[in-house]
Ligand binder design. Structure first.
Ligand SMILES: Cc1cc2nc3c(=O)[nH]c(=O)nc-3n(C[C@H](O)[C@H](O)[C@H](O)COP(=O)(O)OP(=O)(O)OC[C@H]3O[C@@H](n4cnc5c(N)ncnc54)[C@H](O)[C@@H]3O)c2cc1C
Ligand SMILES: *[C@@H]1O[C@H](CO)[C@@H](O)[C@H](O)[C@H]1NC(C)=O
Ligand SMILES: *[C@@H]1O[C@H](CO)[C@@H](O)[C@H](O)[C@H]1NC(C)=O
Ligand SMILES: *[C@@H]1O[C@H](CO)[C@@H](O)[C@H](O)[C@H]1NC(C)=O
Ligand SMILES: *[C@@H]1O[C@H](CO)[C@@H](O)[C@H](O)[C@H]1NC(C)=O
Ligand SMILES: *[C@@H]1O[C@H](CO)[C@@H](O)[C@H](O)[C@H]1NC(C)=O
Ligand SMILES: *[C@@H]1O[C@H](CO)[C@@H](O)[C@H](O)[C@H]1NC(C)=O
Ligand SMILES: *[C@@H]1O[C@H](CO)[C@@H](O)[C@H](O)[C@H]1NC(C)=O
Ligand SMILES: *[C@@H]1O[C@H](CO)[C@@H](O)[C@H](O)[C@H]1NC(C)=O
Length: 634
């Protein structure tokens, strides 16, 4: 148990509206936590044995904990999860009973674009226009109980008609029901109900996941988006860390923690993506950050978590309360070991940053070979730049006819003035000059993270259904002894028309930080590179399938060949990554798998490419890797 910490004070919550919890099945408990920081108000309302005591037997069968052995329907070894229409699927009145227990927070899922289809009661052409216009804007999907940002993995079941890709609208791979969570009791009820009724369970936060991990046909969704409490802790007092920290509700998004950090004068470790769930799938899968070359992964910063486990119990996870789960849940992937309700993470002092953008292309005096020499020169300084604490996001695009464009988008030079940044990149700029390539960096200094991040990282497009991604973590030696091979592999990929979107950063575990289960490949890596493939909006399923397979094998095999021992970052990857256990988890997989058997032996939590997912299969309706079919054991 962590010694009691000094709480600097509660600086208010971002979302004040915590609905009345009186009507939810559960009870108010003490806010004491073994993390040494009081539970959030949402966490002090819990399902307890006492709250179940007065229920009828039939209700206990629905809502009881695993240890109650109450449910006649609970069959941990059932081959398949139920789908609507199955005989054993809960009746309307049973769902109503769940809704009552949840205090009215159960939502029968409707596809976001149902307003575009006359077959749905939600049909509304004005709304359809709005949904079509906003489809590539992440805020809209995050604010929906079931929508995900990569509809390919849900089965493209209901797209806005403006996209011309589909003419029907079904529930597809979206969860059937979702719980709009505002208390721990509701999460426990959802987990118990799903487990006791043999229903698939998914956790959806923002829906950013690239591998369909936050959706599933016939699922009951736990929608964590509205868990928005934040508390700054001036003096966290943990076993291996004493100092400033922040406690974030599971629904906190990157822009919210950065705004809070700006207000209170600290630096938080979150992603570059504006709306990513920093206390959800992002941190649980590792999480790289514009601050990573300075401080490591987001998962490395975590000091404590509050979690609902597969058996329905609520627990505090720290280095001392549960070292195994503490290790596994920090980096082992979202939707796997439990539902996290909050995370306490280290924060750092305010620091300035120079943000710089520039481009160069083939053209006058710059042949394709010269262009790639310029890229090679850049790669040769990767160690220098990452070791200086900087993070760079760059794109290399194929413009056709053997012409190319390099875009620094942006270079994020933490703790560098413009003069220091200019000196840092000078050797590369000189190499470029010698090759006849002129760059004109547009560099601006910001004296804290938020304005630099806002200038450097505009909101990204999501919602596309004509593309699919894959990635690789390239280790340090690839930019030294294997430099030419690495440049050649990337050139081949871009030459074939696949854009490169890559990060030069390091993501090492800092001295004295407790070890975790984040992909060991991160610790050696100097580049996280993403590429993608695309198809036409009218492509057939067979065409899409062969395009995807071409990316997974023909294209990405060339990258793997340059660093076969390395891996890929699970949260920005290819759902079909071969040998995903090695690629996403490396040497940690065996221990993670054992712990999955201990904490969730019946697979209440399933996520594609998650730990233990190889024992399950989704019988996708079209053969593509999507979540619109039945989930069964293999
Ligand atoms: C535009 C964009 C920008 C991105 N930028 C970055 C970046 O800068 N750095 C980076 O590292 N990654 C980035 N990512 C990848 C991102 O980290 C993953 O998509 C991640 O899965 C998002 O987590 P989420 O909770 O927001 O999303 P969701 O899709 O809602 O959830 C992802 C997974 O986590 C699980 N999960 C979510 N919340 C919980 C919880 N409370 N408890 C248990 N499981 C949970 C879900 O079940 C699912 O398995 C980006 C992705 C996109 C699309
Ligand atoms: C539930 O079942 C397990 C294993 O069968 C048993 O060990 C446990 O005592 C039972 N619990 C209750 C409350 O009956
Ligand atoms: C969809 O089709 C309409 C009419 O054929 C066309 O005007 C529009 O540009 C198309 N939209 C997309 C996104 O392809
Ligand atoms: C979800 O609950 C929050 C309160 O926690 C409420 O503000 C919001 O409107 C609800 N959303 C939906 C879609 O029901
Ligand atoms: C920033 O760099 C200076 C040296 O230029 C160093 O003294 C300082 O500790 C650095 N700040 C951080 C937050 O790392
Ligand atoms: C340089 O960057 C700043 C900050 O992002 C921007 O406002 C300005 O328009 C840019 N200037 C040029 C010439 O691109
Ligand atoms: C690597 O490529 C550079 C030019 O691109 C060349 O000068 C050098 O000889 C090559 N090195 C090896 C080991 O092939
Ligand atoms: C898809 O549309 C393009 C024109 O945009 C056309 O050339 C092609 O034949 C169409 N493919 C199919 C499978 O309909
Ligand atoms: C997709 O392509 C792979 C590899 O060619 C093949 O094995 C698989 O059967 C295809 N699936 C579909 C649905 O076409």
């Amino acid at each position: 148990m962590a010694p009691h910490s000094l709480i600097a004070g509660l600086f208010g919550t971002l979302l004040l509206a915590i609905p009345t919890q009186a009507s939810i099945l559960g009870q108010r408990v003490s806010d004491a936590s073994e993390a040494g920081v009081p539970l959030f108000k949402s966490e002090t309302f819990q399902l307890t044995e006492k709250s179940l005591r007065s229920l009828k037997h039939s209700q206990k069968e629905l809502f009881g904990f695993q240890s109650d052995n109450a449910s006649a329907n609970a069959d941990g070894s059932a081959k398949c999860r139920l789908l609507p229409g199955d005989k054993a699927w809960p009746s309307e009145s049973t769902w109503s009973e769940l809704d009552r227990a949840l205090g009215g927070a159960l939502i029968k899922t409707v596809p976001l674009a149902a307003s575009c289809y006359p077959s749905w009661p939600e049909y509304d052409s004005a709304k359809c226009t709005t949904v079509g216009d906003d489809w590539e804007v992440s805020y809209m999907h995050a604010a929906d109980p079931a929508s995900i940002m990569w509809p390919l993995f849900e089965g493209r079941s209901c797209l806005p008609t403006s996209m011309n890709t589909s003419s029907t609208c079904t529930i597809g791979g979206y969860s059937s029901y979702a719980v709009n969570v505002s208390s721990v009791a509701q999460i426990q009820l959802a987990v118990n109900f799903a487990r006791n009724s043999n229903i698939r369970l998914v956790v959806k936060n923002t829906g950013h996941d690239f591998n369909g991990k936050s959706t599933g046909a016939g699922a009951l969704g736990v929608w964590t988006h509205n868990l928005k409490e934040i508390e700054y802790i001036e003096n966290y007092n943990g076993a291996s860390y004493k100092g400033a920290a922040v406690k974030m509700g599971a629904g906190i998004q990157a822009f919210e923690i950065y705004e809070k950090a700006e207000e209170l004068g600290f630096t938080a470790i979150g992603g570059e993506g504006k709306t990513v769930g920093v206390a959800g799938g992002y941190v649980l899968g590792g999480g790289h950050s514009p601050m990573s070359s300075m401080y490591g992964l987001a998962a490395d910063q975590v000091l404590a978590l509050e979690v609902v486990l597969a058996d329905g119990t609520f627990t505090t996870v720290t280095e001392e309360t549960d070292p195994d789960l503490f290790w596994a849940i920090r980096g082992g992937g979202g939707g796997t070991f439990g539902v996290v309700t909050s995370v306490i993470s280290r924060v750092y002092p305010k620091v300035g940053v120079t943000v710089s953008t520039f481009t160069f292309t083939t053209g006058t005096g710059v042949s394709a070979d010269t262009f790639w020499e310029g890229v090679r020169a850049y790669f040769s300084y990767f160690a220098r730049f990452a070791d200086a604490g900087t993070y760079a996001y760059f794109w290399i695009l194929n413009l056709g006819d053997d012409s190319y464009e390099f875009m620094m988008n942006p270079f994020f030079a933490v703790n560098h003035t413009v003069a220091e940044f200019t000196a840092l990149i000078e050797p590369w700029v000189n190499d470029l000059e010698a090759l006849g390539i002129t760059v004109t960096p547009n560099s601006t200094y910001y004296d804290s993270f938020l304005p630099g991040w806002e200038a450097g990282f505009p909101l990204e497009e999501i919602g596309l259904v004509t593309m699919m991604t894959g990635s690789r973590l390239f280790p340090r030696e690839n930019f030294d002894a294997k430099l030419n091979e690495t440049v050649e592999a990337v050139r081949t990929t871009v030459g074939l028309g696949h854009s490169l979107l890559a990060f030069n950063m390091k993501t090492e575990l800092q001295d004295g930080f407790p070890d975790n289960s984040a992909n060991p490949a991160f610790r050696e890596s100097l580049m996280h590179a993403i590429t993608s493939t695309t198809w036409d909006s009218n492509s057939t399923t067979a065409e899409i399938n062969s395009t995807i397979y071409d990316l997974t094998y023909n294209v990405l095999d060339k990258w793997r060949a340059t660093c076969p021992e390395s891996g890929a970052y699970m949260s920005e990857s290819d759902i079909l990554e071969p040998n995903f256990q090695q690629a996403f988890y490396g040497t940690n997989y065996a221990r993670l798998f054992k712990l999955k058997q201990r904490y969730d032996p019946d697979g209440v939590f399933y996520a594609p490419t998650g730990v233990g997912s190889e024992y399950w299969n989704v019988e996708s309706l079209d053969g593509l890797p999507d979540q619109n079919g039945r989930l069964c054991r293999v």
